[in-house]
Ligand binder design. Structure first.
Ligand code: 2NL
Length: 332
């Protein structure tokens, strides 16, 4: 092949290659074209192989032309690659575009159930009075629910606290006193604890009774505690709960685990309303957990959480608290 034939071939190669590169639809196709034209066995190499037969004065000229073609193709390939990459990014951006002006998906905030907010309010007050929160299992043994609380099997108070019995002698706790018994077994006096939680009674359900309800009990044991300390604690708690001007009345009562015992009423909307029971811890209870009743005295009180929630929010029926009716619950 003559030098001019080779030069024509180079010119043709340049033209076809640039046309093909310009129409490449993607990067894979572009790589194919690069191999086809510039690869080791590509078309440019083939043309260069024909240069061996040229004379020494023709060779540099044709060689320079070949280099020009090579550079033109490289420039063209690079430009095409840049364009295709930019187009790919633009396409991805377009397909993933978010319209930030669209209205969002509403995620309404929940709120505390009125029973939990009542428990929280009660606990806050007792924490302010130096109490620690203690919790425990809803499944208990007869010992921790009754016997350690001075309530042996034949005790008449068992009738009022009949509960749900489980296989293996277990039962559902009738008060959170069992948590306090377990706490005393593990801690030496002085102690001050508040035990909130769910409790159970075998009870017929009506507007003011539920077989499942909530209680908060407090217990304080140390040297020298008297009924005065109990009274001061209860009055302070009730004033923080209901208001500073509150009238409070203590009436003598009976519980198996306290002696003496009292029930407490508050003057609320013109009527005396019973809100809790309390008393000095019976020495038998202290003995059962290994405390020395000659050295230590204690007081305890039990509050019905539903009772407090109903009085504070003027609810007419305890069952509303368990019905999960948002039209009702959203009010609190
Ligand atoms: C009520 C009021 C009360 C207690 C609970 C208690 C707990 C221990 C020791 C002594 Cl560990 N007492 N709790 C005391 C008096 C009243 O609850 O109406 N209960 C049926």
């Amino acid at each position: 092949m003559s030098a001019s034939d080779l030069e024509r071939e180079l010119a043709d190669l340049k033209q076809t290659a640039i046309a093909a590169i310009a129409t490449a639809a993607d990067l894979d196709r572009l790589e194919q074209l690069r191999v086809q034209f510039l690869g080791k066995k590509g078309q440019l190499s083939q043309v260069l192989r024909g240069m061996g037969k040229l004379s020494t004065d023709e060779r540099p000229r044709v060689g320079a032309r070949a280099n020009d073609v090579k550079q033109a193709l490289q420039t063209s390939l690079e430009g095409a690659r840049n364009n295709l990459e930019a187009a790919a990014i633009a396409a991805q951006l377009a397909s993933e575009t978010l319209d930030v002006t669209l209205p969002g998906v509403g995620r309404p905030l929940g709120r505390k159930h009125p029973l939990n907010s009542t428990i929280d309010r009660m606990i806050e007050i007792f924490i302010g009075l130096g109490y620690t929160v203690a919790e425990g299992s809803e499944i208990e043994t007869d010992y921790y629910n009754f016997e350690a609380l001075n309530t042996p099997p034949d005790h008449p108070a068992r009738d009022m606290q009949d509960t749900f019995y489980l296989p293996g002698g277990k039962l559902l706790r009738t008060h959170t006193s069992s948590v306090q018994i377990r706490y005393m077994e593990r801690h030496a006096p002085p102690i001050r604890i508040a035990a909130p939680g769910r409790v159970y009674r075998r009870d017929t359900v009506d507007a003011t009774h539920s077989a499942v309800f909530h209680q908060l009990e407090i217990l304080s044991v140390e040297e020298g505690l008297s009924f005065t300390d109990l009274r001061g604690t209860i009055v302070e708690f009730l004033r923080q709960m209901f208001g500073t001007e509150l009238e409070v009345r203590f009436r003598a009562s009976y519980f198996p685990f306290t002696e003496p015992s009292a029930e407490v009423d508050v003057r609320w909307q013109g009527k005396w309303l019973e809100v809790l029971g309390c008393g000095m811890v019976d020495p038998n209870v202290l003995k059962a957990v290994g405390y020395d009743p000659e050295r230590y005295t204690g007081f305890a009180a039990g509050f019905g959480v539903e009772r407090f929630a109903m009085v504070l929010h003027r609810m007419d029926d305890i069952r509303r608290l368990y019905a999960s009716d948002l039209r009702f619950l959203r009010q609190f």
